[in-house]
Design a binder for this molecule. Structure first.
Ligand SMILES: [Zn+2]
Length: 497
């Protein structure tokens, strides 16, 4: 995610003030409640819970039926199964305020333990029916949890299919700290951008970045509107009754929060980058800057540049969408980053494209490691600026490092900023990028860029942890770096140079 400079400056002031009022308390009063305890549905666990590294700053993941065990988002995700594929059949009629969405989700998953029941994340909306392997299943709702009880126990290791028919009008997430995101109504349609917890406002699933799956979206919309999603587009056909239908397919694994749709009046341009990567961009008809051609050109150029820098582009296509959504952020939705109603400059486009490698292909296992996404994407902004002949990475580093030694900004640890500061522009974005620049100076350019490419290839389409990054940096760098990373990622004072 990225916030454009003007709005980002305002956010930084707010965050600095917040930090100043919570000096010394480690913001524990702001942390979300502890993970929901297991509700006991897994019948006989066959494997120990996965762990997120074993360093001093990592706690084991403890998934339960209704939680992935991530303390930043204790009610998100579920235990007991691993989703393989989401097939989302969505009829979206923005003009129907009472029932904008009429949908069927077919989810293919593999049980990781014997289950007499399992949970899906889904907020609000009306569920008409749930079937497991084609047989009607009982279900109950409780807050954001949809608990499904199939007619027979699902054996661990077995693949199963759950089909949910549901409808209603999804609502945006209005988070008191993170702001408004998720399903956003626009003047001509809707747009969905869902980091961290918005996906389950419009489709049921295992809404945590640790469970990636392939996706297909079949979108039925009023025929005067264009429907954009992640991945590659099929043919647009008539669905009758004034509606058209189009299928988008995401053939590489994707975290649910990176799923996007954008429906409205768009100008669309598609083709292939100079480097041979299929590209599709869409710009809302009311947006004049950048133009469709400019947006296409810069997206193609930067995608190719990062492919040379970070290694082969990890997905089937690149691109982006600029919609007239009243949100002040951009999000790195897989293959097709989405930008709100501001004119995105090269810096923010470079940021979201770098996320395709760092954040999307190499995903986090827990949200506290979000610097692995944002620190890397911010460092990519610095690199893009330098190669464009503007401010160099070293100049950016010097600027941010000049934050006074005693400033409260340094008190928020980059490697575990707390849920309410997971998008802290200084601690996560700038200090994350500073960490990488300091590392680059420590191990040298050759090893640093080998490290970035190795990180992208070893964890391609997977999930990773800070502990794994530190271990790889030590392996590639050929030197012990635990003190270095402790100071840069977990220290609460400005790291000495
Ligand atoms: Zn970002």
């Amino acid at each position: 995610m990225s916030i454009p400079p003007a709005r980002r400056a305002a956010a930084a002031v707010t965050l600095t003030l917040l930090a100043a009022t919570s000096v010394g308390c480690q913001i524990s009063g702001d942390e979300p409640p502890a993970p929901v305890p297991p509700t006991g549905a897994p019948a006989s666990p066959t494997a120990p819970p996965p762990t997120a590294g074993n360093g001093p700053h990592h706690v084991p993941l403890q998934p339960s039926q209704g939680s992935a065990g991530d303390p930043y988002v204790p009610s998100d995700g579920n235990g007991g199964y691993d989703v393989q594929h989401y097939d989302l059949n969505l009829k979206v009629d923005p003009g129907d305020r009472a029932k904008t969405l009429d949908a069927t989700a077919t989810i293919t998953a593999r049980a990781t333990t014997d289950m007499v029941a399992f949970n899906l994340d889904l907020t609000d909306l009306d569920v008409a029916s749930v079937k497991v392997d084609g047989k009607a299943a009982k279900f109950t709702r409780d807050g954001g949890e949809l608990t499904v009880s199939p007619t027979a126990t699902i054996a661990g290791g077995r693949d199963f299919t759950v089909t949910i028919a549901y409808s209603g009008t999804p609502q945006a997430v209005n988070d008191p700290i993170l702001g408004q995101y998720g399903w956003i109504r626009t003047p001509d349609g809707v747009s969905a951008a869902c980091q961290p917890s918005g996906a389950h406002t419009w489709f049921p699933g295992n809404d945590h970045p640790s469970d990636k799956a392939t996706f297909a979206f079949t979108l039925t919309v009023p025929e005067k509107l264009t429907a954009i999603a992640n991945g590659e587009r099929g043919r647009v056909t008539s669905a009758g009754g004034g509606f058209s239908k189009v299928k988008w397919e995401v053939k590489q694994p994707m975290a649910p929060y990176l799923a996007m749709i954008s429906i409205g009046r768009f100008k669309v341009k598609e083709g292939t980058t100079t480097g041979g990567i299929p590209i599709l961009v869409a710009v809302d008809e009311t947006v004049t800057s950048p133009s469709l051609e400019e947006f296409y050109g810069i997206k193609a150029e930067i995608t190719d540049f990062w492919a040379k820098t970070f290694g082969p582009y990890p997905f089937g296509s690149t691109g982006g969408v600029i919609d007239n959504a009243a949100v002040g952020f951009a999000l790195e939705t897989q293959t097709r980053s989405i930008y709100g109603d501001f004119a995105p400059g090269e810096s923010i486009i470079a940021h979201e494209l770098a996320h395709q490698w760092f954040g999307d292909s190499v995903g986090v296992t827990q949200w506290k490691d979000i610097w692995l996404n944002e620190g890397f994407a911010t460092y990519a902004e610095w690199m893009w600026s330098e190669q464009s002949g503007d401010t160099t990475a070293e100049e950016f580093f010097v600027k941010y490092y000049s934050e006074p030694e005693g400033s409260a900004a340094w008190q928020v640890p980059t490697g575990d900023p707390g849920r309410d500061r997971m998008f802290d522009s200084f601690a996560v974005y700038d200090r994350g990028a500073m960490t990488l620049h300091a590392l680059r100076k420590r191990i040298g350019d050759d090893k640093f860029f080998t490290l970035l490419r190795t990180w992208a290839s070893e964890h391609q389409h997977g999930n990773a942890t800070t502990t794994e990054f530190v271990e790889l940096a030590e392996r590639v760098g050929g030197t012990e770096l635990s003190d270095f990373f402790d100071r840069w990622l977990y220290g609460t004072v400005r790291p000495a140079l």
